[in-house]
Design a protein around this ligand. Structure first.
Ligand code: ATP
Ligand code: MG
Length: 270
């Protein structure tokens, strides 16, 4: 069924280089290609430093100054992002792509209430009055199992736990109706209860069927719960990409087998 949904994101032969300390250049992403349809979750796993976050950042046009895309192109809804000016890209970033990061604290302004930030983001995204924006914000927070959304609206980021903030961030993403959601380690900093809440929220976005989701996680349980297709990265390359069941049952690449074994090992210890 998903296969009939339109392709939202296409990454073609992407390569990224960084300038190292000793003037040497290293290719941290090499010839990476994948596509994601609406309602589909692509899970990306791989060891630390394998280029997962760099890939995400290049889609957002937010690579650090030391990094540069040297090859490839990125197409969002039939539009090539690589050809756009920084200004055009900013518009798309706000309107069509939402980002959820590992540390939600960094996504919020510490001296502005949650409600004000929520409302401002909504209105920057789509013209609407204050009252409508406030209603939408409260509804979105309520849907995301945040109790007493009216109170949350009046609170400052430091008054909420990491798990609550993460849910606020996802609630905000959800209400923006993005065509692409990029979640880079969205559950890593969370306890099991909050982790499950976030999984449920991403599942809800997926179910709406309108958003393509790029989900980076070290946690194979999170990947198993959400991903339709999984890409395994190692040293800047995708070494294996397959439907989640196939990859979990019959991993082909040695590195994927190692990952799955490590998971079983951790299970036995818990
Ligand atoms: N700002 C930067 N400038 C230069 N090199 C960087 C920068 N950030 C990351 N790198 C390098 O780019 C490579 C890929 O990093 P990336 O952050 O994409 O890895 P990752 O797969 O997301 O790892 P992790 O699982 O730890 O988040 C690494 O070798 C890293 O050292
Ligand atoms: Mg990363």
């Amino acid at each position: 069924m998903l296969m009939n949904n339109p392709v939202v994101l296409q990454v073609n032969e992407l390569s990224i280089r960084v300038q190292g300390a000793e003037e040497e250049k290293t290719e941290v992403v090499q010839n990476v290609s994948f596509q994601i349809r609406s309602g589909q979750v692509l899970g990306v796993v791989g060891e630390s430093g394998s280029g997962k976050s760099m890939t995400c950042m290049s889609i957002l046009g937010l690579l650090p100054p030391t990094a540069k895309m040297t090859r490839g192109n990125i197409v969002l809804n039939d539009r090539s992002l690589t050809a756009l000016t920084p200004r055009q890209l900013r518009g798309i970033r706000g309107r069509e792509i939402s980002l959820v990061l590992q540390n939600p604290m960094t996504a919020f302004n510490p001296v502005v209430t949650i409600g004000k930030q929520f409302i401002e983001t909504l209105r920057a995204h789509q013209p609407m009055g204050m009252k409508v924006a406030k209603r939408l914000a409260i509804d979105a927070l309520g849907k995301m199992t945040l109790q007493d959304p009216e109170k949350v609206m009046q609170q400052y980021p430091f008054e909420l736990s990491g798990g609550m903030l993460q849910r606020v961030m996802i609630a905000l993403s959800l209400s923006l109706n993005p065509s692409l959601l990029i979640a880079d380690e969205p559950t890593t900093a969370l306890d099991p209860v909050n982790k499950n809440n976030v999984i449920e929220m991403i599942r809800a976005i997926k179910k709406q069927g309108k958003t393509a989701i790029l989900l980076v996680s070290h946690d194979l349980d999170v990947i198993g719960a959400l991903a339709d297709v999984v890409a395994v990265m190692k040293e800047g390359r995708i070494v294996e990409i397959a439907p989640v069941d196939e990859l979990f049952i019959r991993p082909k690449h040695e590195y994927t087998k190692l990952l799955l074994d490590a998971r079983l090992f951790a299970r036995n210890w818990n």
